[in-house]
Design a protein around this ligand. Structure first.
Ligand code: XIL
Length: 399
C-alpha cells in the first residue's frame, strides 16, 4: 500500500512545490550536465510546473512511459525526462517472462525490482507488463514464436499458474495495473494459436484463469487485457470486445482494456475515441498503453541505415496530428485512466529495429530535445485542465 500512500503525499506536495518553486523549476535543458543539475535541485517526486505529469494531474489522467534499466538511472538526460514528465512507468522488457524466469523455477527480478524502486522514489505508479504473452518467452517454455513447446499441456498450465503467482505476488500492493494477458488474438479475430491456447485444449479459457490467478496474487492491482490494432473497428477489436464482455458476465476479475496504439502515418487514423468508449461502456477502464507514431524517415549516410528525420514536412505534420488525436481520444473518454508512450527518445525507440525505414516515433528526438509532438500533447492536456476528472488511481476497488 505504500505506493498509494506516497501517491497521496505526492498530490499534497504538488501544490506546495508549485507554489514555492514556480520559477526555479522551469523546464531544464536536455544536456547531461543540465539534466543532472536539474534532477539534483529538486526532491524526488516533486512536480515540475508545465511538465506533462503536472498538466495531466489536473485531469486525474495518468501519463506514463516505457522504461529500460540500461538507461534509467544510468543516462542522466533520459532519467531526468522520465522522472520530470511522467507519473507512471512501464518496464519495456524487464518484467517479461524470458527475463524474470530464464530457467524453469529460477527467477531473476533484478531489473524489475530496480524499476519498482525507482517509481516509488519518484512518486510514480507502475504498469506491470506483462504476465501471459506468446512473445519473449524463455526457451524452456516455448519455441517458434510461442506456438510450440516440449512441455505437456498440464506442464504448461502449471508453469503459467506458478509464473503469474510468483511475479504478481512478488509485487503485491506495488503495481497499479497489470497487463495480465497480452495479444491473444489474430487480425481476423480468431484466437492466436499460442502454447497457452493449445494447452487449454484449443480454448481461450487460459485468459480467465490468468486473471483469477493474478487477482489472487495481488487483489489491489487493476487487471488489464492489452492488445494492438484493436483501436480500429474490425474483427480483432470485435473479438476482444466479445471476450471481455464474456469475462465481465462470468465475474472474472478484469478491470480494463489496454489499447497499445502503435500507429503509423501510412495508415488512416483509427476510430479510437469511439472504440475506447464502446469498451468503457461495458463497465471497464480503458488506457492507451504503448503510444508511438512512426513515419517514413530519411535514409542515413550508409546504405540500409536511416535517420530519425521524417521524410518530409508533411510526414512530420501528420505525426503531430496523430499524437493530438491519440491524446484527445483519451481525454474525451472519462474512463481512459492512463496514457503511456512507448519509450522516451527516438534514439531508444523499438521502431527502427522492427520497422526499417520508419521511425521518429516518440516525443523527444535523438538528442533528448522535445519535439513538436511533445508540445501538441501538452497543449491538449492544458486545454483539458479543470474538466471532468478521469476515474483513476483507485486500484481495483471499483471492480
Ligand atoms: C517491445 C520492446 O519495445 C522491444 O524492446 C522488445 O525487443 C520487443 O518488445 N507490444 C508489446 C510490447 O506489448 O511488449 C512490445 O515491446 C512492443 C509491442
Amino acid at each position: 500500500m505504500s505506493v498509494r500512500r506516497s501517491l497521496v503525499i505526492g498530490t499534497v506536495g504538488l501544490a506546495t512545490v508549485l507554489a514555492a518553486q514556480t520559477t526555479a523549476l522551469a523546464l531544464p535543458s536536455a544536456d547531461s550536465a543540465g539534466a543532472q543539475a536539474a534532477a539534483a535541485a529538486r526532491p524526488p517526486g516533486a512536480i515540475v510546473e508545465g511538465s506533462l505529469r503536472a498538466l495531466a494531474s489536473t485531469t486525474g489522467l495518468r501519463i506514463g512511459t516505457a522504461v529500460n534499466t540500461d538507461l534509467l538511472g544510468e543516462d542522466a538526460a533520459y532519467t531526468e525526462i522520465v522522472n520530470r514528465e511522467f507519473n507512471t512507468i512501464t518496464p519495456e522488457n524487464v518484467m517479461k517472462w524470458e527475463v524474470v524466469e530464464p530457467q524453469q523455477g529460477v527467477f531473476d527480478f533484478t531489473g524489475a525490482d530496480e524499476i519498482v524502486k525507482s517509481a516509488q522514489a519518484n512518486g510514480q505508479l507502475v504498469r506491470g507488463h506483462t504476465l501471459v504473452w506468446h512473445s519473449q518467452l524463455p526457451a524452456w517454455m516455448a519455441t517458434n514464436g510461442g506456438t510450440t513447446t516440449t512441455l505437456t499441456d498440464q506442464q504448461v498450465k502449471d508453469a503459467v499458474k506458478k509464473h503469474v503467482q510468483a511475479e504478481a505476488g512478488r509485487y503485491k500492493g506495488r503495481i497499479w495495473a497489470w497487463d495480465v494477458v497480452n495479444e491473444a488474438f489474430n487480425e481476423d479475430g480468431t484466437p492466436r494459436q499460442s502454447i497457452f491456447y493449445k494447452a487449454w485444449g484449443n480454448s481461450t479459457d487460459y485468459i480467465a484463469d490468468a486473471f483469477r490467478w493474478a487477482d489472487q496474487a495481488d487483489p489491489s492491482a487493476k487487471l488489464f487485457y492489452n492488445d494492438y490494432n484493436i483501436e480500429y473497428t474490425g474483427p480483432k477489436s470485435q473479438a476482444v470486445y466479445d471476450l471481455v464482455k464474456k469475462l465481465k458476465a462470468q465475474k472474472v476479475p478484469i478491470d480494463g482494456v489496454g489499447f497499445q496504439t502503435h500507429l503509423s502515418t501510412q495508415y488512416g487514423f483509427p476510430d479510437l475515441q469511439a472504440t475506447m468508449q464502446r469498451f468503457a461502456d461495458l463497465g471497464l477502464d480503458v488506457a492507451e498503453t504503448e503510444v508511438d507514431v512512426r513515419t517514413a524517415v530519411k535514409p542515413g549516410a550508409t546504405e540500409g541505415t536511416f535517420t530519425s528525420e521524417p521524410l518530409s514536412a508533411l510526414h512530420a505534420y501528420t505525426q503531430q496530428a496523430y499524437w493530438d488525436q491519440t491524446m484527445k481520444a483519451c481525454l474525451f473518454v472519462q474512463r481512459c485512466v492512463s496514457y503511456t508512450v512507448w519509450g522516451v527518445a527516438d534514439s531508444n525507440s523499438w521502431i527502427p529495429g522492427v520497422f526499417p525505414g520508419e521511425g521518429a516515433a516518440l516525443l523527444f528526438d535523438d538528442d533528448y530535445q522535445a519535439k513538436p509532438e511533445y508540445t501538441v500533447i501538452s497543449q491538449d492536456l492544458a486545454l483539458a485542465a479543470g474538466k471532468a476528472r478521469h476515474r483513476t488511481g483507485e486500484g481495483s476497488g471499483g471492480r
